[in-house]
Design a protein around this ligand. Structure first.
Ligand code: GRF
Length: 185
């Protein structure tokens, strides 16, 4: 399955996908990595011809991203730390083909700084969620979730790190499941 991964930063979830493909654990190909930030470290994780920068100030921002994904035959769009909310127009164009990884047990703690929100609320268990993307912010149907304990003395950094390890695991597992379902349909 041809993947288009949208990123804005570090790209550790992208790396987990690349590692799983390299290990033969995921039958997929990363056909495009699109970043809205020219300096995103994620871009360095793939060959130059796979990486594409579409700056937010591009007047045809979403149209350009959509063209890149379609030209490369992308079948599943993975939002992996992509920090821009996509419009209904884009979501409609890729309806049923976009997933997102979010660092909380949705529907708790939608939006930015989910780990900080969890700490501030004092929950004892947080986690991460992979879900289909629809027009509701972090609100589409849930595909996979894993719980992660919040420990005494946790900081935003330590909790984020513990959750991140699980993000990598469930994101790869979910993509593998979608790949299998598609192959057998
Ligand atoms: C992850 O915590 C992801 O859940 C959130 O942004 C972070 C991206 O991390 N949406 P990375 O760029 O994949 O390392």
């Amino acid at each position: 399955m041809r993947l288009g991964v949208l990123v804005s930063g570090r790209g550790s979830n992208l790396q987990a996908i690349l590692d799983a493909i390299a290990a033969g654990a995921l039958e997929a190909e990363v056909s495009a990595v699109v970043s809205d930030k020219p300096d995103a470290p994620a871009l360095q994780r793939v060959e130059k011809d796979v990486a594409v920068v579409v700056p937010r100030k591009d007047p045809r921002f979403e149209e350009t991203i959509a063209s890149v994904l379609e030209e490369r035959g992308v079948e599943l769009v993975v939002l992996a730390g992509f920090m821009k909310i996509l419009s209904p127009w884009f979501l409609e164009r890729f309806a049923g083909r976009i997933i997102n990884i979010h660092p909380s047990l949705l529907p708790s703690f939608r939006g930015l700084h989910a780990q900080r929100q969890a700490l501030e609320r004092g929950v004892k268990i947080s986690g991460c969620t992979v879900h289909w993307v629809d027009e509701n912010l972090d609100g589409g149907p849930i595909l996979a979730q894993t719980a992660v304990p919040v420990l005494g003395g946790d900081t935003e950094e330590s909790l984020s790190e513990r959750i991140l390890a699980e993000e990598h695991r469930i994101l790869v597992e979910t993509i593998a499941n979608i790949t299998h379902t598609k192959k057998n349909s």
